[in-house]
Design a binder for this molecule. Structure first.
Ligand SMILES: Cc1cc2nc3c(=O)[nH]c(=O)nc-3n(C[C@H](O)[C@H](O)[C@H](O)COP(=O)(O)OP(=O)(O)OC[C@H]3O[C@@H](n4cnc5c(N)ncnc54)[C@H](O)[C@@H]3O)c2cc1C
Length: 436
């Protein structure tokens, strides 16, 4: 089959790779000059199969209300005059109960396990290097109450087959001694998942895109998708901006295929809505800061989650990436607003606090080379992505991976390639879009 994949983030590139593996003819389109230059570029790097709880749980509404006026809140809902935001918020509220939570966790665990295996297969087949560290993920706590709640969550996750342990402070610091100085005073304990891992999503995705090209994919980078043309409830064409040297009166070219997969992250929602497919995917803005490591022997190897600030820290080669916070406020990717600066400062301050002197956190004006970044998580009210066939014939979607797109990327690509090839249920226990 001829398949066009729209979007070359981790999800689109994994989709392309698995389609090629199955012998399909693939065209991959992205507006950026290379793969993984939007949300897949600067994330926390965690392959977080065993930390996959959805945002929506019984206590979330009250917690979010309390956070609403705090600039540094981990999750900030900033009301906009935007019906899509309010609709998404209402759907999210509908998920804030025990029954929905358990249902959502079960699906995320199923997708995570499938995806981890798919990632291992891709890595062993391609030999891609991406600063991978297979030492697990640790979550440390500075509040006894939060640790107790986390211990209860461990029990729940065990019921879903997730192997997560509760650790005392000493056990945690023995696994990751980098936090010893600060941690002995502040950490009260933690949890740990030995089978999780980390790595740089951008390096991985760009390398996999090159493998796709080698396998014969047609790569259309620097090309914006302007529209999907539907006739009689079937995709007729995809209109993309013309490349240099292409002769097109309208400055667009149209592409035809047997299947079109929309994998445009947060931008999938408006694109799909333009052809009557209405999916609740809303951008959840997050930030990261990447600092050069000055003391490699003192920097952490295990990727961690800091419960107090709700940020993740991951070693990526010679740098440390710290990432976190969520803002639900539309498609705003600015880094130079007071709010964005406050959130970036929070990440920097936390690194200075918990790992003093380990990284070069100086600003550019002070002679440092910090890299601050923001990206839009394609968030769904359930945290479960939409993978499958839309109600428009030949139109498929692989989007809405929210906070776990790197974790679920390989598996989501493999699953949609299987569905397009005719498999009905590639992941047991997962609800595919359009499945009978
Ligand atoms: C701060 C932060 C930390 C995170 N940490 C983690 C983590 O530790 N682990 C984890 O699993 N996940 C993490 N995530 C989530 C993860 O990064 C995302 O879920 C994932 O990158 C989404 O991938 P995607 O391919 O769907 O979207 P994207 O990477 O955004 O790719 C979509 C692509 O579509 C293209 N596109 C969009 N519209 C058009 C158009 N009209 N024409 C042409 N091209 C178009 C874009 O250029 C882009 O390349 C984090 C996210 C953030 C923001």
């Amino acid at each position: 089959m001829k398949v066009i994949v729209l979007g070359a983030g981790i999800i689109g590139v994994s989709t392309a790779w698995h389609l090629l593996e199955r012998g399909h003819e693939v065209t991959l389109v992205d507006r950026q000059p290379d793969a993984a230059l939007e949300t897949s570029a600067g994330n926390a790097g965690q392959i977080s199969v065993s930390y996959c709880e959805p945002w929506a749980y019984k206590g979330a509404p009250l917690q979010i209300l309390k956070w609403m006026f705090r600039k540094e809140a981990p999750l900030l809902f900033r009301p906009q005059a935007d019906w899509q935001q309010w609709r998404w918020g209402l759907a999210f509220l509908g998920q804030c109960n025990d029954k929905a939570f358990a249902r959502n966790v079960a699906q995320l665990v199923a997708l995570g396990a499938y995806s981890h295996e798919a990632l291992r297969d891709v890595v062993s087949m391609t030999g891609i290097e991406y600063d991978r560290i297979e030492r697990g993920i640790a979550h440390y706590f500075t509040s006894r109450k939060s640790l107790d709640e986390a211990a209860q969550a461990v029990e729940l996750m065990r019921a879903h087959g997730v192997q997560r342990q509760v650790l005392t402070r000493d056990e945690l610091l023995a696994i990751e001694p980098a936090f010893r100085g600060w941690g002995e005073q502040h950490i009260v304990g933690g949890t740990y998942t030995a089978s999780d891992e980390s790595g740089d999503a951008r390096s991985f995705t760009q390398a996999l895109a090159r493998h796709c090209a080698r396998l014969g994919a047609r790569m259309l980078f620097g090309r914006t998708v302007h529209g999907i043309e539907v006739e009689g409830n079937e995709v007729k064409a995809v209109h993309v901006s013309a490349g240099s040297g292409e002769d097109s009166a309208s400055n667009d070219v149209s592409l035809q295929a047997d299947a079109v997969v929309v994998a445009c992250g947060s931008y999938s929602a408006p694109l799909l809505r333009s052809v009557g497919v209405d999916l609740p995917i809303y951008p959840g803005k997050g930030y990261s800061a990447t600092f050069r490591i000055l003391q490699p022997e003192a920097a952490p190897w295990i990727s961690t989650i800091d419960d107090e600030v709700q940020c993740a820290m991951t070693r990526m080669g010679s740098h440390l990436r710290v990432a976190g916070t969520i803002e639900l406020a539309g498609f705003d990717t600015s880094l130079d607003t007071p709010l964005a600066r406050a959130r970036c400062d929070l990440l920097k301050r936390r690194v200075e606090e918990v790992l003093p002197g380990v990284c070069d956190t100086r600003s550019e004006a002070e002679g440092g080379e910090p890299h601050y970044w923001t990206g839009l998580r394609p968030a769904t009210p359930t945290n479960i992505p939409f993978i499958g066939q839309t109600r428009v014939s030949k139109l498929w979607v692989n989007a809405g991976h929210g906070t776990l797109g790197w974790t679920h990327g390989a598996g989501s690509g493999k699953a949609i390639a299987a569905l397009i090839s005719g498999d009905r249920q590639p992941i047991e226990g997962f609800g595919f879009l359009g499945a009978a």
